[in-house]
Design a protein around this ligand. Structure first.
Ligand code: AMP
Ligand code: MG
Length: 419
């Protein structure tokens, strides 16, 4: 392990890997807190986070930070919804002289009067005097006249501002989806104001880890968290910076954390955050100047979760079991990312009826349990616990069993948090 950069870091308390190795860090027993308290701590962090205006073509997945207000009426004029002949709806003639042909984008020149019409294409502006379109299927065009053969039951016109008026709110702040980009473009905005995209560092700790593609030795497992976390970050529209696998060695971890602190806005570590002999993450983070804001939350999975801050850098130590890593990212890291953008993260939730009951003995923690929600039916998946990552393959949501609750009965209506 290369530790050459270490001495240049300027941390007076840890002059060398050797002296750091000798520090006898006393693990203090920090009280476990409830999930709501942990969320409050995240949401109470004050930060001076900036925003930027970016071209809408690049805005997919980014967090828009203000309401989007329409600067115009939609449509901006009475508009043909169908191809046909524009007439006045009070005109009971059956034969209409065609005054002009209006295509989409044209400005009509003629006024429609009794016994006359204008041939009009979908999307075109309605001519003065006309408020209805006889669809082409309901009339024949003969010698410059439209001859109606079947009654036209509907108007086929989209009235000015029928969809939206100038000044209306069109979008709430939030993560931009493809349809939102379309809506912003339809308002005529070439750019949108989004929150600064944080750089999120990922460190995966564990001497047992090997990367996919490498050969597993005795006692080793594949590193799934590094890839899962990086993908999870990308799915929130943020930049990820991966620092690889860090073996369970104080000095190696110290160096990697110091580097991540100098390059990132948020730093996520997986593993090494619990009470094992080689769980160096809490002490190394504090050794690098982080103040712990909470450590241990009454959740299942994910109890050893750690959250801290150093200046404007936020740090999560996520437990190493892959389902714990996933759940704690989903619940806590996403909340922080949105909070930094000035928003309150509201996960999508759906209601459904449990297909079988769930019972538990230990009710001390709030539990997240993977389920499949299908047509209002909530089916708990076969789930062996926080290392059982492939239990998540079919799951499309999690149900939340609050602390103090021992049982959800079959047929009970439950709320499913989509994942
Ligand atoms: P730890 O939180 O370090 O005690 O790890 C808890 C469990 O998660 C152990 O069984 C680890 O082997 C496993 N684990 C830790 N990191 C990873 C990772 N990056 N990918 C997959 N499993 C991991
Ligand atoms: Mg470990």
């Amino acid at each position: 392990m290369e530790t050459g950069g270490w001495k240049n870091l300027g941390f007076s308390c840890f002059r060398s890997p050797a002296s750091f190795q000798s520090v006898n860090y006393k693990k203090e027993e920090v009280a476990m807190i409830q999930i709501d308290e942990a969320m409050d701590i995240i949401r109470s962090q004050k930060v001076d986070w900036t925003s930027e205006n970016i071209p809408i073509i690049d805005a997919l997945g980014r967090i828009m930070i203000k309401n989007l207000i329409s600067p115009l009426d939609s449509p901006p004029f009475d508009k043909a919804a169908m191809d046909g002949f524009a007439i006045n709806s009070n005109d009971s003639s059956k034969k209409f002289k065609i005054l002009e042909v209006i295509s989409a984008g044209d400005t009509p020149l003629k006024t429609v009067k009794e016994g006359s019409c204008s041939k009009i294409m979908t999307g075109a502006m309605m001519p003065v005097g006309a408020d209805k379109i006889i669809r082409v299927e309901f009339a024949n065009e003969i010698d410059g006249y439209a001859v109606q053969h079947t009654p036209e039951p509907v108007m086929n016109v989209i009235k000015k501002a029928e969809n939206l008026s100038a000044g209306d709110k069109v979008l709430d702040p939030g993560r931009l989806k493809a349809k939102d980009i379309g809506i912003i473009a339809s308002m005529g905005f070439p750019e949108v104001e989004v929150s600064k995209r944080p750089v999120i560092g990922v460190l995966t700790t564990g001497s047992e880890l090997k990367n996919p593609g490498e050969k597993l030795g005795s006692g080793q497992i594949y590193n799934s968290n590094g890839f899962q976390m990086s993908a999870h970050i990308a799915s929130t529209g943020c930049f990820s910076k991966y620092y690889g696998i860090i073996v369970d060695d104080r000095a190696a971890l110290f160096e990697a954390v110091a580097k991540a602190f100098s390059e990132c806005d948020i730093v996520l570590l997986s593993g090494g955050v619990s009470k094992g002999d080689y769980d160096y993450v809490p002490e190394v983070l504090e050794g690098n100047g982080m103040s712990t804001l909470f450590h241990r939350v009454a959740i299942k999975p994910g109890r050893p979760l750690l959250f801290g801050r150093k200046d404007d850098i936020f740090i999560f130590g996520l437990p190493g079991n892959p389902v714990s890593t996933f759940v704690t990212f989903e619940v806590f890291v996403k909340t922080l990312i949105y909070h930094l953008a000035g928003l309150d993260y509201k996960p999508e939730t759906y209601k459904g009826k449990l297909s079988r009951g769930i019972k538990r003995r230990d009710t001390e923690r709030t539990e997240f349990y993977p389920v499949i929600l299908r047509e209002g039916n909530v089916e708990p998946v076969k789930y062996m616990g926080s290392s059982h990552l492939n239990a998540m393959s079919e799951a499309n949501g999690m149900i939340i069993i609050p602390n103090g609750i021992a049982e959800f009965k079959e047929g009970e209506t439950v709320s499913v948090r989509s994942i």
